[in-house]
Structures are given as structure tokens and as C-alpha cells.
Write a protein of this length. Sequence first.
Length: 135
Amino acid sequence: MSDLLRTRTGRWVLQLMLALSFALALCPANEVMAGFAPTAGVRSTASADLDRVRTYLENKKVTNTLAAMGYDRAEIEARLASLSEQEISDLAGKLDGAMTPSGSSGVGIAIGVVVVVLVVLGILSIMGKRVVVAE
């Protein structure tokens, strides 16, 4: 451990770790407060879930797929009306993942690649290897 601290890279890694730890310590902790939910809020949530399900069912691809399966709009509305609030809530929860567009942004992938490259460069630097980028 003491050999690691004698190298410039080791000191740099230690300083980086200390800086990140200090920055993390400065981040405020999220506070959660519990309380009673008003009945109107619960009803509006069920209404919002039903609206999300209807919005999903109005999608052209979904409508075409259901039509290909032999379901018409009236039958879909009848089945939707027969569902309980819990079933509608469960269905809306399952649709949340289906409604988000895949590949909407590559920011997460870009950050992941940058982190992996930095870790590899750090390991190579600790091992005493030099990384030279030539044009």
C-alpha cells in the first residue's frame, strides 16, 4: 500500500477517491415523509391509470395488432370496463415500461463507456504502462 502512495498515479487515484467521497458527503439525503392519502387522490390515480391504458390502446400499432387478433374497438372497451381498479392499476404499471421508447437517448451508454475507458486507463497507469494516442 505504501508503494502505491509513492507513485504519482497512486496519489492521483487517492486524491480522486477523497474528492469523490467528499462530494458524496455533501449531497443531501432525501427525506421521506409518510402521511395519509386523500380519497380523491386515490380515485384520480385510478382515473389516470385508466387514461394511460386507453392512450396505449389508441396507439396505431396496438390497434392494428389487436385487430389482427380479431378484437374490435367495442369488445376492447367492454373488456376494459369489466376490469377492477386493481387490475387496471397492474396493467398500467406493466405498460409503463412498454410506453417508453427504447434507445431514446444514448447519454447513459456514453457515460458508461467513458467510465470504463477511465477505469482501464487507471489500471494501466497503476501497472506502469503508458498510453500514447498518436494522430
